[in-house]
Design a protein around this ligand. Structure first.
Ligand code: F6R
Length: 623
C-alpha cells in the first residue's frame, strides 16, 4: 500500500526519491508526491495516478520560483539534497492532489509523509481547528503535521516526540522543518521503516526495494523508535528517548531480482523464476541420509515444537490457500491436528489454546496488517508463534518467536505466484521436520526429500507448455465465469486458481471442493460456464473423474490439469495441461503453475495492467 522514501545526503535527492517511489509502485497506490528542502525553502509536487504523472508535473513546472528554489530542481546547481516522497493508497479521502502526501502545517514549514492510520485524528483535528489551524485535506495525516506545528518550540525532534504521544494508531513517518534544514526525523509504530546507510547519505524507506540500489547496509526500526538523520548519519532513540545502537543488517536481495530482466511483466518473470525459487526455498535445508529437514530458524524452539499437539495456521488470500495445503500435509504426515484460520478472523473467535498449540503465521510481505494483528493476539495468549515469511526483517518476521524465510527474492507483481509455491515448499519442509520428530519413518522422510529435490526440473517442464496454455486461454477468453475444482491436496488449489483468475483478469471465478459441486454449484453449469479442474493421478482420481463426468453430462467445458501419460482424461476434458508425476502431497506445487499461466494470459488478452490489477495493493497494511 502506501510507500515512503526519505533522503538526506551528498547527492541530488530528487532522482533518488523518484526512483525509490518507482521501486515501491508494486505495493499499490493512487497518487504520489515529493517535497524537497533546499536552503530553508520547500518545493512540493503532487499528482494523481502513476509516478510518471508526478514526473511530468515536475518537468513541466512553470511556477515562478525564486532562483534559489530553481536550483533545487537543477542538477547542474547540485539540486536539493534533502527530501521526502510518498505513494498514497487512499484510506481517508479520495485520491486527489490535496489528499496526496507530503502534508504540511499552516506555516508551510513542516512537511510530513505518513503510512498507517491515526485513529484519533478527528478529535485532534477538531481541537486544532478550534485553535485556528486551517486544514487543506481530508486525511488523518494532515492532523499530525498541524499537531507538530502546535507543539513546536524551536526543536523539531522534541515536537515530534510530543505529538507521537498524543496520537493513537499506527505510523511510519518522515518529517522535516524548513527552519531546521540540517535534519530529518523518522519514527515508526506498526508500519515498517528501514534506514539505508550509504556513503555520506542516508535513505529511509518503508521497504528495502527503494534502498537496495544505493546501499546493502540497513537498520530496521522497531516500534516506538525514532531516528534523527543529519550530515553525520542516523541517531536512533528508543521509546524512552535513550539513544541506542542497533545491528546493521545486510540486504540480501539483488537489484536484478527487482527488475523485469527481458520479460514483458514482472508476473510472467516471477512465474518463470519458480524452478529457482522453489530450489532456493529448500536449498541447504534437506538432509537425505536422515530423511529430515534442517531448519536453522527453528533451532531455538525445536524442543517446544516436539511437544506441539495442535497447529493453527493464520494467513490471508493466496498465503491462506498455501496454508490449506499445509493442513493436509501436517495431518497426514506429521499426525498433528491442524486448522487454518483467516488471519482477520483469528482475533474474533474464542481461541482454545494451550502451551502445546503452535500458531504458524504465513505472509510473503511480512507486513499484512490482518496477519500481524493475529500474531500479536497469539503472543498475547502466550502460544508459540512461528513465521513463514519472505521479507527479511519485516514486522511479522520480527514479531514471531522463530521462523523460516522463503528466500524467493522480492515479489514485485501484486498477484502472488513464486511466494505461493515457496510457501507450500516450506510447509513440506516443516511437515518433514515435525513428522520425523514424531512417527514418520526414515524411508518416508527420504522419499519426500527426493521428491522435493526433483520439483524444480518438473516445474521447468510445465513452463515449456506456456505456448499451449496461451492457446487454451485464447479459446476461453470470452468466458465470463469459471469454476475451479479439486479435491484433497488440490482442493486449496481450486481456491487459489480462482483468486489468480479474478484478480488478474477481472473474470468471475469461484473455487469449490469438487465434491461440493453436486450439492448446489452444478446448477450453474452449461456450455458457457467452463471449469478448470485439477485432476492429477492421486488417491482421489476416480472420484474426480466421476465429478468431471457430471459436468460433461451438463455440456460444461473442462480444462483439466492432469498427470503426464493420463490419456484417458482426454475423453472427458476438452483441453488438458499435463504436469509431471510427483508425490500426492507435492502436486499443488506443480498444478499451481498452469493455473498461474492461464490467468496471466487471460489478463494479457484483455489488455489489463497485469502487474498492478485495479483496486489491489501488494502489501495490505490496513485491517
Ligand atoms: C493474491 C495475493 C494476496 C496475498 C494476501 C496476503 O495473489 O497476493 O491474496 O496473498 O494479501 O499477503 P501476504 O502474503 O503478504 O501476507
Amino acid at each position: 500500500m502506501c510507500g515512503i522514501v526519505g533522503y538526506f545526503g551528498k547527492n541530488e535527492a530528487l532522482p533518488i526519491l523518484i526512483d525509490g517511489l518507482k521501486r515501491l509502485e508494486y505495493r499499490g497506490y493512487d497518487s504520489s508526491g515529493v517535497a524537497l528542502l533546499h536552503q530553508s525553502k520547500v518545493l512540493c509536487f503532487k499528482a494523481v495516478g502513476k509516478i510518471v504523472e508526478l514526473e511530468k508535473k515536475i518537468s513541466e513546472d512553470k511556477s515562478p520560483h525564486p532562483p534559489l528554489l530553481k536550483h533545487a530542481l537543477d542538477p547542474e546547481q547540485g539540486g536539493a539534497k534533502i527530501g521526502i516522497a510518498h505513494t498514497r493508497w487512499a484510506t481517508h479521502g479520495v485520491p486527489s492532489e490535496q489528499n496526496a502526501h507530503p502534508h504540511s502545517d499552516c506555516s508551510g514549514k513542516i512537511w510530513l509523509v505518513h503510512n498507517g492510520i491515526i485513529e484519533n485524528y478527528q478529535q485532534i483535528k477538531k481541537h486544532l481547528i478550534e485553535k485556528g489551524h486551517i486544514f487543506k485535506s481530508e486525511t488523518d495525516t494532515e492532523a499530525l503535521a498541524h499537531l507538530i506545528e502546535d507543539l513546536y518550540d524551536g526543536d523539531l525532534t522534541e515536537a515530534v516526540k510530543k505529538a507521537l504521544k498524543v496520537i493513537t494508531g499506527t505510523y511510519g513517518i518522515v518529517v522535516f522543518h524548513a527552519d531546521e534544514p540540517n535534519k530529518i526525523i523518522a519514527a515508526k509504530k506498526g508500519s515498517p521503516l528501514v534506514v539505508g546507510l550509504g556513503e555520506n547519505e542516508t535513505i529511509i524507506a518503508s521497504d528495502v526495494s527503494a534502498i537496495m540500489r544505493y546501499t546493502k547496509q540497513a537498520i530496521y526500526l522497531d516500534d516506538g523508535e525514532m531516528v534523527e538523520i543529519d550530515a553525520n548519519g542516523p541517531r536512533i532513540f528508543d521509546s524512552f528517548n535513550a539513544e541506542i545502537t542497533k545491528d546493521i543488517s545486510e540486504i540480501e536481495w539483488d537489484i536484478n531480482q527487482a527488475e523485469k530482466g527481458g520479460y514483458p511483466h514482472f508476473l510472467i518473470k516471477e512465474i518463470f523464476e519458480q524452478p529457482e525459487t522453489v530450489m532456493n526455498s529448500v536449498r541447504g535445508r534437506l538432509v537425505l541420509e536422515e530423511g529430515m529437514a534442517k531448519l536453522g530458524g527453528l533451532d531455538a524452539v525445536a524442543d517446544k515444537i516436539r511437544n506441539i499437539d495442535r497447529i493453527i495456521i493464520v494467513a490471508c488470500g493466496t498465503a491462506r490457500c498455501a496454508a490449506l495445503v499445509g493442513e493436509y500435509m501436517l495431518e497426514e504426515y506429521a499426525g498433528i491436528p491442524t486448522e487454518v484460520d483467516y488471519a482477520h478472523e483469528f482475533r474474533y473467535k474464542k481461541q482454545i489454546l494451550n502451551d502445546k498449540t503452535a500458531v504458524i503465521v504465513m505472509s510473503q510481505s511480512g507486513e499484512t496488517a490482518d496477519t500481524l494483528a493475529a500474531v500479536k493476539e497469539a503472543k498475547e495468549k502466550g502460544v508459540l508463534t512461528l513465521g513463514i515469511v519472505n521479507t527479511v526483517g519485516s514486522s511479522i518476521a520480527r514479531e514471531t518467536d522463530a521462523g523460516i524465510y522463503n528466500h524467493v527474492g522480492p515479489e514485485i507483481s501484486v498477484a502472488s505466484t513464486k511466494a505461493f509455491t515457496s510457501q507450500i515448499s516450506i510447509l513440506s519442509l516443516l511437515t518433514l521436520f515435525m513428522g520425523r520428530q514424531r512417527d514418520m519413518s526414515l524411508v518416508t522422510g527420504q522419499r519426500i526429500v527426493n521428491e522435493i529435490q526433483a520439483l524444480p526440473d518438473k516445474i521447468r517442464k510445465i513452463l515449456e507448455a506456456d505456448g499451449e496454455i496461451k492457446k487454451i486461454a485464447e479459446k476461453y477468453s470470452k468466458a465470463t465465469s469459471f469454476a475451479f475444482l479439486g479435491r484433497k491436496y488440490n482442493h486449496p488449489l481450486a481456491f487459489e486458481g480462482a483468486i489468480k483468475l479474478k484478480e488478474l483478469s477481472y473474470i468471475h471465478a469461484e473455487g469449490f471442493a469438487a465434491g461440493e459441486m453436486k450439492h448446489g454449484p452444478i446448477a450453474m453449469i452449461d456450455e458457457n460456464f467452463p471449469s478448470f479442474y485439477f485432476v492429477p493421478e492421486d488417491s482421489v482420481y476416480e472420484k474426480n473423474v466421476s465429478n468431471m463426468q457430471e459436468i460433461k453430462a451438463r455440456a460444461g467445458k473442462i480444462i483439466a490439469v492432469a498427470t503426464e501419460g493420463d490419456e484417458k482424461i482426454k475423453d472427458i476434458a476438452d483441453d488438458v495441461i499435463y504436469i509431471p508425476k510427483t508425490l500426492e502431497m507435492l502436486t499443488p506445487i506443480l498444478s499451481a503453475v498452469p493455473a498461474q499461466l492461464f490467468a496471466y494470459h487471460m489478463a494479457v488478452l484483455k489488455g489489463l495492467d497485469v502487474d498492478k490489477p485495479r483496486n489491489l495493493a501488494k502489501s495490505v497494511t490496513v485491517e
